[in-house]
Design a protein around this ligand. Structure first.
Ligand SMILES: C[S@@+](CC[C@H](N)C(=O)[O-])C[C@H]1O[C@@H](n2cnc3c(N)ncnc32)[C@H](O)[C@@H]1O
Length: 250
């Protein structure tokens, strides 16, 4: 399998674009939904929570009212932004596949970043690592934004934002060259106009695309008792095809 060249400016040199496109207000409903899922079982009352692939801390901004939060992300710039929003949370730069933390957690969440795992082996490494970081009976919550059975082939969205003297046009295109190869490309084009000067930046993020059964098998194999969730509310908050697994560390 040959990938197009991976570029993730959005999480690095152009991270400020991510902060323009997604504000803390945009994530309130999603955070509330996650809290409801995490507290559904009245016998379990998670207090400390690890957010793997935490990004710029928009979800944490709401979750921190309910939990003590530690966030992990690959990107230094995302973590910098998260730390500014949430000085009371602990942020650590690391890879969700192998990060080590000197603590164990009641709950781990991985919303909207597990698709960065391109192989079954990578998925397995994340779940194995999560198990090590969780307390016995702890909860692992994973949302998967893309389902190969209803993949939005060639979907293109455009968003326009004017802020602080910058006119930004944010274009995203999702495309899978071959579904059987279990990957797709999220291609971004940013048109940045500032003081009459146009700058064009492009990104290609290559992401994994696996069927529901693959996620379930990998979770079970790693030692989680697993529940599958797909409902209209989650699909409305995220997008059509989004699903979730809640695993209990048995
Ligand atoms: C779409 S953002 C999601 C952020 C946040 N979870 C949310 O829902 O708002 C994806 C994040 O995953 C991070 N990421 C990708 N691969 C990762 C890895 N292997 N380990 C840790 N973080 C990773 C990226 O740096 C990025 O900040």
């Amino acid at each position: 399998m040959q990938y197009n060249q991976e570029k993730r400016h959005l999480y690095n040199a152009y991270q400020w674009i991510w902060d323009l496109v997604g504000t803390v207000e945009d994530y309130e409903e999603y955070a509330e939904y996650l809290v409801k899922c995490l507290k559904e079982d009245e016998n379990i009352n998670p207090r400390n929570l690890l957010h793997l692939g935490c990004g710029s801390g928009c979800i944490d901004f709401h979750l921190k009212r309910h939990f003590d939060i530690t966030g992990v992300d690959l990107s230094e710039k995302m973590l910098e932004s998260a730390g500014k929003k949430n000085p009371e949370c602990l942020y650590i730069q690391g890879d969700m596949r192998d990060v080590r933390i000197d603590d164990s957690f009641d709950a781990i969440i991985i919303p909207e970043s597990i698709n960065y795992m391109r192989t079954r082996n990578d998925i397995n490494r994340v779940f194995t690592n999560a198990k090590k970081l969780l307390k016995k009976e702890g909860i692992l919550l994973v949302t998967v934004g893309y389902d190969p059975l209803c993949f939005p082939q060639n979907r293109t969205t455009v968003e326009q934002i004017n802020s602080k003297g910058v006119e930004l046009t944010f274009i995203e295109n999702n495309y899978t060259p071959d579904r059987a190869e279990n990957y797709f490309e999220a291609v971004f084009v940013f048109l940045i106009r500032k003081g009459g000067i146009l700058q064009i930046v492009t990104d290609v993020h290559t992401l994994g695309l696996f069927e529901r059964e693959v996620w379930a098998e990998e979770m079970k194999k790693t030692g989680f008792e697993t529940r599958f969730i797909r409902d209209k509310k989650l699909e409305k908050i995220e997008q059509k095809g989004t699903f979730m697994f809640i695993g209990r560390n048995i």
